[in-house]
Design a protein around this ligand. Structure first.
Ligand code: HEM
Length: 334
């Protein structure tokens, strides 16, 4: 009899203990996470939208979050998916440029230089262009280091040099974001007038912008391709800034999920932005004779203007005739 009572007591005790464990575990899942038979993946799948949280006595309640399975999806995105997107976008853009350069070469000024130049961008316009461009280049390189530095540079530089470089790059990324944002805002305000899409752009695109042939579709101050670049800078720069500042000032604007989403948008926009700007740099340098001068000295050869921006040139000439001189023109090139 005493043995029977002892057995009943044991079973009741075991049941009570099981009940206490079940009640104390803050998991809404069907799976008991304390059972050794539960596989980690099974537990994570069951907890997909929730997590395992405890209680803390410090003011920062976020520290009570012990496991957040959604973080693993983000980690996979960051270490695998993003690297694929970045590699395809950046290497794809470079490969495309090599193909275009090898098949088309530099687009020359037909009939050579006239020896007369016309002002295309004033000092302020060139300043905002170079302010934004120089910040962009450093933001792009330091951003790429966050995505690709560990697998590509760490083995080459070793831990100490890589740490020093990454720290510098991170400071540069944080602080240059401010002049970059100012540059994007100034570009938006300064050039919005010339960048509203119109019927001339449709014709320009229909004729492929004259990039792959010797055709020269008419264009105003900015052609269809340049307008696309303008909107990529304004919208891509705007999106980089908003999402970047959400990451730079954590938990001010959003929580963990919002920051993960911000990082996904920031990094994807960043990679596509870099690919687009590689195209812009190509056409402004080795892709087209006479283009770099526009943002260098600020003036271009009249024959270049006739070939690539005929409507703008005609406009400037008629204004110069009408009012003495709108923008200085006819300066003999040295
Ligand atoms: C206002 C502008 C910007 C701000 C405030 C900003 C801020 C940030 C912050 C805080 C991070 C996270 C750094 C970390 O994980 O430690 C980041 C990452 C990154 N940024 Fe920016 N950024 C800006 C512009 C740009 C631009 C223009 C580009 C591209 C040209 C860019 C490309 C990247 C890339 C590729 C990453 C790494 C993404 C990753 O692997 O997680 N950023 N940025």
């Amino acid at each position: 009899m005493a043995k029977l009572f002892a057995q009943i007591r044991f079973i009741a005790g075991a049941l009570a203990l099981a009940l206490m464990i079940a009640a104390a575990t803050p998991v809404s899942a069907q799976v008991n996470p304390t059972t050794s038979a539960v596989k980690e993946q099974q537990l994570l799948n069951t907890l997909q939208d929730g997590g395992i949280s405890g209680r803390v006595s410090i003011p920062d309640q976020k520290s009570a979050n012990l496991i957040r399975p959604a973080g693993r999806d983000w980690q996979h995105w960051h270490q695998v998916t993003l690297r694929w997107i970045g590699a395809i976008a950046v290497l794809g853009a470079l490969a495309l440029m090599v193909i275009i350069y090898l098949s088309r070469g530099m687009i020359k000024i037909e009939g050579g230089r006239s020896g007369r130049t016309i002002v295309r961008f004033n000092a302020f316009e060139r300043f905002i262009h170079w302010l934004t461009a120089s910040c962009f280049i450093i933001l792009a390189l330091s951003g790429l280091n966050i995505t690709f530095g560990k697998p590509l540079l760490l083995p080459l530089l070793g831990p100490e040099a890589f740490t020093t470089w990454s720290e510098l790059a991170k400071y540069a990324h944080n602080f240059l974001s401010f002049p970059f944002t100012i540059g994007v805002v100034l570009i938006f305000l300064t050039w919005i007038g010339g960048n509203i899409p119109n019927a001339v752009d449709i014709e320009w695109f229909k004729r492929g912008g004259g990039i792959l042939s010797d055709d020269h579709p008419p264009a105003g101050h900015f052609n269809g391709g340049q307008k696309v670049i303008y909107w990529i800078v304004v919208l891509g720069g705007g999106a980089s800034a908003v999402t970047g500042y959400l990451l730079l000032f954590p938990f001010y604007g959003t929580g963990i999920s919002g920051m993960q989403l911000s990082e996904i948008i920031h990094a994807t926009v960043g990679m596509l932005f870099i690919a687009a700007m590689l195209g812009h740099i190509y056409i402004g340098t080795i892709g087209m004779e006479g283009a770099a001068e526009a943002m260098g000295e600020g003036s271009v050869d009249v024959n270049w203007a006739k070939q690539h921006h005929s409507l703008w040139l005609a406009d400037e000439m008629s204004r110069a005739k009408g009012s003495g001189a709108a923008r200085p023109m006819g300066t003999p090139a040295e």
